[in-house]
Design a protein around this ligand. Sequence first.
Ligand code: CUO
Length: 674
Amino acid sequence: VPKGEQKVSFDVPPKYLPEQYQSMADRILNRFGNESLSSVPIKQIAIPDLSLVLQLGRRDPFSLFIPAHRKMAGRLTELFMGMRTVEDLMSLAAYCRDRVNAQMFIYSLSVAILHRDDTKHLSVPQLSEIFPDKFMDSQVFSRAKEEANVVPAGSRLPIEIPLDYTATDADPEHRVAYWREDVGINLHHWHWHLVYPFDGPRVAVNKDRRGELFYYMHHQIMARYNTERLCNNLPRVRRLTNLRDPIPEAYFPKMDQTVAGRAFPARPVNMLLSDINRAADQTRFDIADLERYRDRILEAIHTRQARNGQGGVIPLDEVTGIDIIGNMMEASILSPDQTYYGDLHNLGHIAISYAHDPDHRFLENFAVMGDSTTAMRDPIFYRWHSFVDAVFTEFKNSLPAYNANQLAFPGVTVSDIRIVSQGANPNTLNCHWTKSDVELTRGLDFTPRGSILARLQHLNHDDFSYSFVVNNSNNQEVMGTVRVFIAPKYDETGRNLSFDDQRMLMIEMDKFTTRLRRGQNTINRNSNESAITIPFEATFRNVDQNRPSETDLSSFDQFNFCGCGWPQHMLVPKGTRQGYPMDLFVMVSNYQDDRVNQPEPTGCRDGVSFCGLRDLKYPDARAMGYPFDRIARQGVTSLANFITPNMRVQQITVRFSDTVKPRANSNAQSVVRF
Ligand code: CUO
């Protein structure tokens, strides 16, 4: 139990202990003796039918991508959602805790907590606090065990995890391993899929524009990853178009699935995908099925209509088409016809993650691609998602270009945009390394107890701010939406990117509403206010901060950082030592056309561009990615001739310094709690 936290025990009815422990209930339930614990009574309830849920072993690996696992998790989520009171929910959770598959338990309980009216104000447990093994080199855990045994708590040194532990630069893909393996990025991806489940209770799945957000959030991941590659002298990702070609990208994760007691399987170079037939996972499909699903989705895109499963069709129009295709592609239970369009994206994850043991003859588990917590570590994730993104782009490119009217904001002119970083030249962003500590205590189960830290090196940037000058020549005050993007200027060969290529690399940095008085307005905005990020402290918490007891729900709420959102420390691409040239693009659009009429959000608003708002509509009426989600209007070949007076472009430089710098404005070492 970390410093400052109250120890808690749960008073579980003896009947709740798993059968093999019932005969020693007394000893188990009183094992804390006279330690001072605050005790939470758990009431005994009639336990609902868990037979479906218990089909998966407690320690077996669990993956939402596997349809059978998804069904079980959906059932468990429904049960948690259906409990009448929080007390009943706690009771069922206590009963399930030592019986149900550990990862499914955490997943379903988290989804229920996020979606029940009476628990919405609670934080879901940070996954990295529970399963640190899914986020770092497995070596750290044996070293932690040794440290804990030899050195008393309080004097233990953090265990350093080197930046290059999964490979060497002999593998060119390794140059961007720091990005793929970043703790914050992987936590974001897990949280996103937790907030936007594709199966389970309809109330949890059926969120405003969820299919479109699946497209947009993953599209932004691709734009960011491709930019990161260009900064590291790597070409943009090649789409995984032919599922029958060998896969040259290998990945050796060096991680354990501790709960399962097995290592995550690796994928050597030039593996082939195979038909999958694994009875134990109730998973059977052929590569030809994936190809058929792909062709059917493309057919829907080309005919601009989709089957609805009842013999009719629904149009794929400018407004809702992308949302429907997102649900069809992922696929979620909102797919218009899951039998016909299948489960392309999810089964692609599965086929790749079982490439090493497609028929289960070696009794091997899925590789990192089989779990949304770990999938982004593997280079193949981006080849697969580049293909997925290309299908969405196929649809987007079939829509008419935005005409000047759909882009303009009459009377509003952006006359100057710049980036200001303290102590740096104007229009310069500065990146470097930072080391942050990770508290392993909660995720490890061994004695002697007490804090033990791992120290991770990660990319970071100096705080900066934007300063924009906007003129409003209307004879009244108007409201505008400020949209901020950055993108590379040059391709991998050093040539200027065409407009069409550059728009695919546009990285959203921020989006906010602003009031424009008549005349000249200067707008200042800080980098840590970004609409895509969650604060640094939501990933890396400060070790000196006393966290309140987790049973004190009211004070716990103040730590209710929304887990979903891009980590602030990864907001800026790495850049280069010489300085990497990028375009800063700013647009002020007319808020009258952007506005969504709804109440002000009461919960957190962090990471809203990627994660939406809880219980509310996505707060921007425009298509996600606007104004770069469509082909350019006739005659536009570059960003310079794309812009209208309410937009502006400024070249900026992203400079990387290969040094480790502590986080600015922070006295204490940052710690992410596991
Ligand atoms: Cu987020 Cu493929 O969707 O992992």
